[in-house]
Design a protein around this ligand. Sequence first.
Ligand code: 9WO
Length: 241
Amino acid sequence: MAHFPSSDGRAAWRASVLTLFPEMFPGPLSISLVAQALEAGLWSLDAIQIREFGLGRHKQVDDTPTGGGAGMVLRADVLGPALDHAQTVNPGGPLIYLSPRGEPLTQAIVRELAAGPGVTLLAGRFEGIDERVIAGRGLREISIGDYVLSGGELAAMVLIDAAVRLLPGVLGAADSLTHESFENGLLEYPQYTKPRDWEGQTVPEVLLSGDHKRIAEWRNSEARRLTRERRPDLTTGKKPG
Ligand code: 9WO
């Protein structure tokens, strides 16, 4: 039976990660907000050791690339059963392969994944996975950026962190998401705190004015300026202002 931790009667969001290094988990997900939500039962995490599905006495998971070349590739006849097992533990959610070749992760995708029942994430190692697994199990390939890591685990943690903080009850009301980067399609406006003068740099006067309308206008205009200057790609096709 599903466990319903929250007052809205939803089952906990479930993240399953297939990995050769389950000891990497929860890792940074054991800290702060995300960890408190885990303890509160708002989500759950299971790291599944791919080697448990390995072949033979040596529990072999990889083999040489067909056609030649350096390194090793994770075998389809290992990953297939591993993914099938993960889907029995965590049904409903998508199967995702973290790969530099994937569709770039965006806040819109994070929102979509957080709105569902959970995710099963395949963290590859070596030179990657047998290509047939992708079509054979309908894997969605997602990239967290244009660089190569040692494996998919850190990318899996990034995706989980981004999704968990969107789950109902994880963020306090004070952390209202509407003010954040990408929720409005803009970069964040500059933030300041005490002291008013730090090494000769002062806090913008408007922020000390107490005029909440002017403050909101200044922040909005700064967010637009920063977005135009740094990430003009985010502005294209967005609502005017
Ligand atoms: C290694 C390699 C070596 C020689 C020729 C081609 C090669 N491709 C790779 C490779 O892509 N290795 C990956 C390592 C295999 C899948 C797991 N690994 C991984 C995932 N590295 N970086 C990611 C990743 C995932 C999501 N977003 C950004 C990076």
